[in-house]
Design a binder for this molecule. Sequence first.
Ligand code: B12
Ligand code: SF4
Ligand code: SF4
Length: 402
Amino acid sequence: MSLDSGEAARTDCLRAACAQAGLSVVAVTAASAVADHALYLAWLAAGYAGELTYLHRDAASRQDVRSLLPEARSVVTVALSYHHPFDDGQQPGHGKVARYARGRDYHLVLKARLQALVERLASDLPDSGQPLLSRVCVDTAPLLERSVAAAAGLGFIGKNTLLITPGVGSYTVLGELLLSVTLTPSVALAPRCGDCRLCLDACPTGALAAPFQLDARRCISYLTIENSGEIPVPLRSKLGDWIFGCDLCQSVCPYNVRAQAGDAELVPKAALCSPELTQLLTIGAAQYRQLVKRTALRRINRTSLLRNVAVALGNVGTPEQLPLLGTALLREPALVRQHLAWAVAELSLRHPACASLAAQLLTQALAVETDEPVRAELLSALERLSVLVDSGPGPEHRQATP
Ligand code: B12
Ligand code: SF4
Ligand code: SF4
């Protein structure tokens, strides 16, 4: 039994305030040390974080939620669903953006709702005799959001490492409100994956190294969003048509089949549902800013997006799109040109009738290219095409840069 007679009244008040703030999936836990922190350190030690250096830097802060607000006594954890009806079949020449990023940026939506919740609590919460201190967290704070949410009973952690809320699913984004008052904690749920391993089998890159273990370096989400450099050649063909994030380990999960409908503020924008790839390849800087405005795509710049688009064109591009790849091969930043060279070869290996045009485009590009990594990629592309067409670069191209 709680020693604090006001706790139950505060918790009732919290639930009512959450409903009014548009937060219906809520659970509470005590602000304390995070039991999973040792698992997190083991994950870092295994090298699974790749170049996500901030995860190493902030590792100690994640040990206890009170490092974010020393006065915190409770954590209110919330989930918001973006599960809207989608037709996610593969369309030749088109790319896919992960579902969480197709609508309004969830950071903006969740932060605004949690802020509204703080304001409501400040006026409605029964007086505890102390000023109410609070902190809103959505994604970017050094907080193990899934572990804290699981401890609160907001859901359980699946083998794909996502937090799954029964009845709601895993197509959710998470946020937390740290509060300086005690509240009645909710009950944690036992894991419910059983013998299922659909997500592990569906992951095209083998990023789910084992149940509950994600090697970020192989995850398409990491490769297309967090990585600002080259996408390793052996993984490029496994990216398929994903140009920002990936949903495969969620789309196969039985807990998402009959999940309740997503939040109205997170409905997808038409332009981000199944974008035509060469339209993105020809997008200018101002149009790019407009496209990504107030969406989670703001996390990457135009060059990174075009790099991803190039890889997707290699995987699902059509012969009609090939000439535009050739034009972009002469115009775009080096990182994009490098991936376009790979894409031109891949596209024509899938459509051998395009091979001689492809060889011509690559040879033209090689004649003017000065960047060494791009030249290497152009030469490798011509080499791969040589099985279809006599396109071997002349000796003048193999040697010095022009
Ligand atoms: C870094 C990061 C990534 C990285 C690494 C992901 C990863 N699995 O670690 C990359 C870029 C790959 C990524 C991808 C995605 N992410 Co992300 N990401 C984060 C971030 C910022 C930190 C996660 C982290 O600390 N990872 C380190 C690992 C070790 O921690 P963890 O996955 O939380 O694992 C804990 C538990 O699994 C547990 N644990 C470990 N072993 C075991 C074993 C058992 C048996 C059990 C029960 C538990 C357990 O302990 C771990 C430590 O606390 C969080 C936000 C945050 N601050 O937490 C968002 C977050 C996890 N991402 C989110 C989303 C939406 C995605 C994507 C779906 C986006 C997309 N569609 O492309 C994918 C999903 C990929 C996947 N299968 O996880 C959401 C997840 C929501 C949810 N319902 O789970 C979060 C919470 C952001 C948010 N606020 O909504 N992400
Ligand atoms: S998001 Fe995609 S690449 Fe990453 S673990 Fe899931 S299925 Fe694999
Ligand atoms: S697909 Fe199966 S194993 Fe993977 S998270 Fe869902 S229920 Fe768990």
